[in-house]
Design a protein around this ligand. Structure first.
Ligand code: ATP
Length: 311
């Protein structure tokens, strides 16, 4: 969905993005992480066509963002970290204005408002003014404005900042629903535990450079294989060799009483493997999917970069 090559962006006297190259896969939810000042907002603004890079190229849905910003905006929604709402307009009017400015034909606007309000659970708030909404509802309305035209790709810069745990949880549910409907999401946040709940990929930036961009193992993704962990009640030295012979298994770590491996297959294939382990006489004590912890992965990816490389 997004292909960036050798993107460099300078603010006066400061290089914010330095030869950034990356891809974001269609249908993924990518957590954009990195310390303050890493370049996350600048990267999103470049992808959204709001900044002009010094060099490099950004393609969204096969279109060049600099050459065809309007075409790209038709398939993209963007929520900035500091968004504004028209306080005196009602929710319905805010959505109508967003739909009209996205160029939706007049006859489609009412349907788009109703659908978006339903998606964001705002149907009973349509006549309330923007200024009278709680922070969580304001955030929902702003996301509604960003997706009113049914984009394929949604960029969200710190969407959960300032929200209470309940509002954050419902935002996570919304993101999963959007992904299930085929939308690709790029979400930046400092709240890694929350990104963990719905991200399929992690893109980490530091000092304007990409540290890591990869699928998270165990994520709810059709693309990634799942990571499984197995432990035995009785150690058996034949366990690593036995697992190595199983076609869908790629061993990460194997001992006589414990193994961690990537597994290509659906739930029934997973249950078949468990059955074979038991039939082969292994005393299985636990056998479960292990979802990678985003915070742990992020801290590891940051840890491999020497501090001195900071600008
Ligand atoms: P945060 O997590 O704090 O939001 P970020 O990863 O989004 O940070 P950016 O806002 O993209 O980082 O900023 C990247 C770098 O560019 C920072 O060093 C920042 O100080 C600098 N920067 C951002 N905006 C400007 C600007 N308008 N003029 C000059 N420098 C800027």
């Amino acid at each position: 969905m997004i292909e960036i090559s050798n993107l460099t962006f300078d603010y006066p006297g400061h290089r914010a993005l330095d030869e950034v190259s990356l891809t974001v896969q269609t249908g993924s939810v990518t957590a954009l992480v990195g310390p303050n000042g890493a370049g996350k907002t600048t990267l999103m603004r470049c992808i959204a066509g709001l900044e002009t890079p010094l060099s490099g190229s950004i393609q969204v849905g096969g279109m060049d963002v600099v050459e065809k910003p309007r075409e790209v905006h038709r398939i993209m929604g963007y929520l900035s970290d500091f968004f504004g709402l028209y306080e005196d307009l009602t929710v319905a009017q805010c959505l109508e204005y967003a739909a009209a400015s996205q160029g939706l034909p007049t006859q489609e606007i009412d349907t788009a408002i109703a659908l978006t309000a339903r998606r964001l659970d705002l149907s009973d708030r349509l006549q309330q003014t923007g200024g009278s909404l709680s922070r969580g509802l304001r955030q929902r309305l702003a996301i509604g404005q960003a997706i009113i035209h049914g984009p394929k790709m949604l960029l969200l810069d710190e969407p959960a900042s300032g929200l209470d745990p309940e509002a954050r949880a419902s935002l996570a549910t919304l993101f999963r629903q959007l992904q299930a409907n085929g939308m690709t999401l790029l979400v930046s946040s400092h709240i890694l535990a929350e990104l963990d709940e719905y991200s399929t990929h992690m893109l980490s930036l530091r000092n304007g450079r990409v540290l890591e961009n990869r699928a998270l193992s165990g994520a709810q993704s059709a693309i990634a294989s799942k990571r499984l962990r197995l432990s035995l009640a009785l150690a058996e030295s034949r366990l690593p060799t036995w697992l190595e012979q199983q076609v869908p298994v790629t061993l990460i770590k194997a001992e006589a009483d414990f193994a961690e491996f990537d597994f290509q297959g659906d739930l029934s294939a997973q249950s078949a493997l468990l059955g074979e382990l038991v039939t082969a006489g292994f005393a299985v004590a636990s056998f479960a999917e292990h979802k990678e912890n985003l915070q742990h992965s992020y801290l590891q990816s940051v840890a491999v970069q020497p501090k001195g490389s900071q600008r």
